[in-house]
Design a protein around this ligand. Structure first.
Ligand SMILES: [Zn+2]
Ligand SMILES: [Zn+2]
Length: 358
């Protein structure tokens, strides 16, 4: 079986691996269904993020259970169950873990090798998908959990104005969540015309193209000159990261969700922020939010954020496509579409995803 790996020269290739052994007592064995390409995978590929252990890739995935260990209760997992993989794990022993803050674990573990056909996973790292969540949406539980974390830092409330900078895959998921809150006006800034159209479909009141020198003025004007109560930066663009500080309203919050590279220093005018009494937040990995993400997912139609699906055998091409910037979420599928369709139970919302080339 194959596993996609990143070489030291940051090139992609398939590694031949033996099939996994029978699962250990508390493990389940899975056949991957989908894995999606994250912005972080792209940063590792481009060298803007550290080289991953063993060159492994993939931390967003859904799967089908193919075998269960002897101590796995059938109430939890049976062969044929559909699941989503929680990629993060904590040691359980360090001070952070023992203070109920496992997201700050000093020795975090987990799985980041989901671009592999078949795997044995600790049963703690897989959640059964609720009937109303498709395998495609189930692949997006980690991004949804991250988006929920960003929202929690944006202090959304009745009538608050929101601006979202960047409407790629994560921006689109964030926008869907913003629209679940009773906020006021929602403005989206996005350079790609198709992504601006997606923003309008997903509930933006206004979309702006950041091309050209007038974007700062345009965004402020669109807020009535007051700035925005919540500024969510999800483009990963350094200029946009800088602009975010200039468009936050007094008492507002700026949330940096994007990845800006290890060498980027933001210039902050502290006097201006003091006057605004504003908050700046960043978003790393939350914990304990995976069940909440699963509970939210049914009504969000996350498949709508998927713009291309490629068979796993075309994964290298899928990464090239993702690198063009044209796409929102790009997914790899590990089984033929008909078989995945058969594996789904319950109704699936049709996806607008275009099937990639074999
Ligand atoms: Zn991710
Ligand atoms: Zn720990």
């Amino acid at each position: 079986m194959k596993s996609l790996r990143l070489g030291r020269d940051r090139s992609l290739s398939f590694l031949d691996l033996p099939e996994p052994p029978p699962p250990e007592p508390e493990e389940v064995q899975v056949q991957m269904a989908y894995a999606s390409i994250c912005g972080y995978d792209m940063m590792m590929l481009s060298g803007r993020a550290a080289y991953p252990k063993d060159g492994c890739l993939g931390h967003e995935g859904s799967a089908i259970v193919t075998a269960v260990g002897s101590r796995v209760s059938p109430a939890d997992f049976r062969v044929g169950d559909r699941g989503t993989i929680m990629p993060y794990a904590s040691c359980g022993q360090c001070d952070a873990c023992r203070s109920n803050r496992p997201e700050y674990c000093v020795e975090p573990g987990g799985r980041s090798d989901l671009m592999t056909e078949r795997l044995n996973l600790s049963q703690k790292q897989i959640y059964r998908l609720p009937e109303e969540v498709s395998l495609q949406a189930g692949c997006l539980m980690e991004p949804l959990m991250m988006a929920m974390h960003a929202i929690s830092k944006a202090n959304l409330s009745y009538g608050r104005s929101v601006i979202l900078l960047g409407c790629g895959a994560m921006g689109q998921i964030i926008l869907k969540l913003v629209r679940r809150h009773p906020v006021g006006r929602v403005v989206v800034v996005e350079p790609d015309p198709e992504k601006r159209m997606a923003a309008l479909r997903f509930g933006a009141d206004m979309v702006l193209d950041p091309a050209g020198p007038g974007i700062l003025f345009e965004t402020l004007q669109a807020s009535g000159g007051m700035g925005y109560d919540a500024v969510i930066e999800a483009s990963g663009d350094r200029g946009s990261a800088q602009m975010a500080l200039n468009i936050v309203a007094r008492g507002g919050a700026v949330v940096y969700f994007g990845l800006y590279g290890m060498d980027f220093n933001l210039e902050v005018n502290l006097f201006s922020l003091y006057w605004k009494d504003a908050v700046i937040s960043c978003v790393c990995v939350p914990s304990g939010q995976f069940p909440a993400a699963l509970a939210m997912a049914g009504g969000l139609h996350l498949e709508e954020a998927v713009t291309a699906i490629y068979p796993f055998s075309a994964a290298i091409h899928a990464f090239e496509e993702k690198a063009t910037g044209r796409h929102a979420k790009v997914m790899l599928r590990f089984l033929p579409p008909e078989e995945l369709e058969r594996r789904e139970r319950g109704s699936i919302r049709p996806s607008n995803a275009a099937e990639g080339m074999e």
